[in-house]
Design a protein around this ligand. Structure first.
Ligand SMILES: Nc1ncnc2c1ncn2[C@@H]1O[C@H](COP(=O)(O)OP(=O)(O)O)[C@@H](O)[C@H]1O
Ligand SMILES: [Mg+2]
Length: 259
């Protein structure tokens, strides 16, 4: 079976620049898999995410998602970034509905199916611990609640692929760990494919089936580490020797990559 997301020998540079952001980048992620990507700052992690979702196109090599070559923004993907970027003049529910107002086929169905979509949004909010918060405005929510909302917005069109680019970077440690569990449960119940970029190695090891370590710029994959910690995993696992050994091992790869 071919991979659900595959980059094969990809080179990419921005604009007309000769300096490559990634070079010879190959990654394959299976359907339903949870992959994490770690690496030094500026190594091309976000570039990988943009290539895999059709926001950038490679200079060389091939990008395939769900069996098709990527030549336009990938509609089966949902994305969330470090900053939640919610629109302050829209309620939480209306922020969630935004992608449905833009992405076909939902766009044309918005008026007819509005009640159904609102219900879907409320259910999604409840699934991340925000039931009854739909009428609040973003500025009435804490940072963690905003990031949960942003996650829901990435999921509202029921994507098969969830792309998370350092989504918890701006949060305190406790909130971050709470959200790890939210993501873990979303992945388990929806069986979606997830690609998570993070600089937090504990986050990568806790959540992922496989962790990819990138080299410094121009980025390519240096190491691929399978995380064989059984699921379901709870936060207690982060204190076990098995867990901390893997974190240490990954850390030494990153240290080498930065040299
Ligand atoms: N829009 C852009 N235009 C020009 N250069 C960019 C752009 N985005 C990223 N780069 C460059 O490409 C390299 C990889 O960037 P990025 O993928 O954002 O790294 P990371 O997410 O790993 O920190 C960096 O050197 C960065 O400066
Ligand atoms: Mg980045």
């Amino acid at each position: 079976m071919s991979a659900f997301v595959a980059l094969e020998g990809v080179d990419h540079a921005y604009g007309t620049s000769d300096t490559l952001a990634v070079e010879g980048l190959s990654v394959a992620v299976e359907q339903g898999e949870f992959a994490a990507v770690v690496g030094p700052s500026g190594c091309g992690k976000s570039t990988l995410m943009k290539l895999a979702t059709g926001l950038q196109f490679p200079r060389a090599g091939k990008v395939m998602v769900a069996g098709a070559q990527v030549n336009a923004p990938v509609k089966i993907a949902g994305m969330a970034f470090q900053a939640p970027t919610l629109l302050p003049w829209r309620s939480t529910v209306d922020n969630l509905l935004l992608p449905l107002e833009i992405v076909p086929p939902y766009r044309g169905e918005m008026r007819r199916r509005k009640a159904e979509f609102r219900e879907r949004a409320e259910k999604l909010l409840a699934s991340v611990g925000l039931s009854g918060q739909g009428n609040k405005f973003p500025w009435e929510l804490s940072g963690g609640m905003q990031q949960r909302t942003s996650l829901c917005r990435a999921l509202i069109h029921e994507p098969q692929l969830l792309m998370l680019d350092e989504p918890f970077g701006a949060l305190d440690a406790f909130t971050r760990e709470e959200l790890w569990c939210v993501i873990r449960d979303l992945h388990a119940t929806r069986k979606i494919t997830v690609i998570l970029v993070t600089h937090d190695l504990r986050e990568a090891v806790f959540l992922a089936d496989r962790v990819f370590v990138m080299s410094s710029r121009p980025g390519r994959i240096l190491v691929e580490r399978k995380i064989d910690i059984p699921r379901p995993r709870d936060l207690e696992v982060t204190f076990t020797p098995q867990f901390t050994d893997i974190v240490h091992e990954l850390r030494s790869h990153i240290v080498k990559a930065r040299q």
